[in-house]
Design a protein around this ligand. Sequence first.
Ligand code: GLU
Length: 478
Amino acid sequence: MTNTPVRTRMAPSPTGELHVGSFSIILKNYAFAKKHGGQFVLRVEDTDKVREVEGAGERLLNTIKAYGLSWDEGPDVGGPHAPYTQSERLDLYVEKANELVESGHAYHCFCSREKLEAVREKAREEKRPPKYDRHCRNLSKEEVVKKLSENGEFVIRLAVPDNRSIVYTDLIRGDIEVNSDIIDDQVLLKSDGFPTYHLAVVVDDNDMEISHIMRGEEWLSSTPKHILLYEAFGWKPPVFAHIPIYLNPNGKGKMSKRKGDVSAQSFLDKGYLPEALLNFFMILGWTPKDQRDIISLEEYVQEFDPQDISKKSVAFDIDKLNWLNGVYIRKMWDENQVDLVTRLEKFTPTDFPQAKLDQILPLIYERLEKLSDIEELSDFFYRDIKVDRSLLLKKADKELVSKQLDELYAGLNEIEWTTSEIEKVVRSIQEEHDYKKNQFFMMVRIAVTGKKATPPLFETIEVLGKDLTLRRLKLALT
Ligand code: GLU
């Protein structure tokens, strides 16, 4: 490491919801900056007005905050390099593009769309990479001045040097070398005066004194272009790390919308705890030295090293996430029940009997994988149930089950309604008649809850209450 202060950044574009892969990269940039006592910067890259989605910028920031992360500099909090939204920095990009034209590293291009398309088409026919033919790169100064005075449309392109080897070291992938001949003369400034991503990202990362760029591997092919730009400006490039993208939970193909939810917000909305998600993103493609699964944000900040990130893409292991979330829910139950109850509020359905939450929650919290599971795990306490007759009669005939239900009704009708009294009655009926345990207890469970799997039976019956239990016993076979 050099002595330059560590400054990392995330630069999302407001073109849609924040992807879980992008969120996990934010976490890495955040942790790396904190580990080195540096700053984490958030910049909104909104120069692509065609793809911009209304409100997406604000939602991105809110999602990151909902996960519990914050930034030291950014559009809402400001900072020494404000503004942090690219559309508010347009003058700077124009100035920098002109600087490159002056120094001979960029040039005006007046070619029409039709002409460019024809050039690309020809390249395709000749099975060459569809690169710009550099027609305008050779215009004389006078020709350029004349065309500019005619108010024609133009873009500014990077004059990519011929046959140059571009070399840089990636923190994850090691040394990378690319020949400049495969790089097109990139557009830097568009005809509408907006910069392209390549120009804006380099100008801003330099201006904002970013020391380390950790971003998704989809940007790998852009990096040589950026290195050329740093060189053209005479600036020192930052350190790069390109992070492998996630694969779908089945390990096949890059994680995509078609195979399920990919937005970082959707996981919060489904009732995953931000703490559990953070832990999950930490250990997905990176393992602490002692291989443990449970790790706090503070520990991660201390232990994370981008060089240890897996070079290979890893699958978005949803089973592991579910497991981790359950661990965190149970931890919260042990340490801070008030917090757990508050968070559950958002996920309890409107017909949930809030007054009974104190009785229901102890019975089901162990089986909550997500907060939103509360409905499915508790609905039989307060909604009408449907008893599947074939399940009820699976291990005994109707006559026997009907007799058992009557005995239960009579027995339970008489007692004081406590778990131990309920247990005594139900067990004594089973023992007295020597009913097969398997059949008998499963039959009771199904008759009073409609489900094969429930919390402990006697506690459940107590919480259901006498009236409801007796009514269900009576109705089970009808
Ligand atoms: N605006 C780019 C994006 O949407 C930033 C890429 C980068 O980190 O350089 O992801």
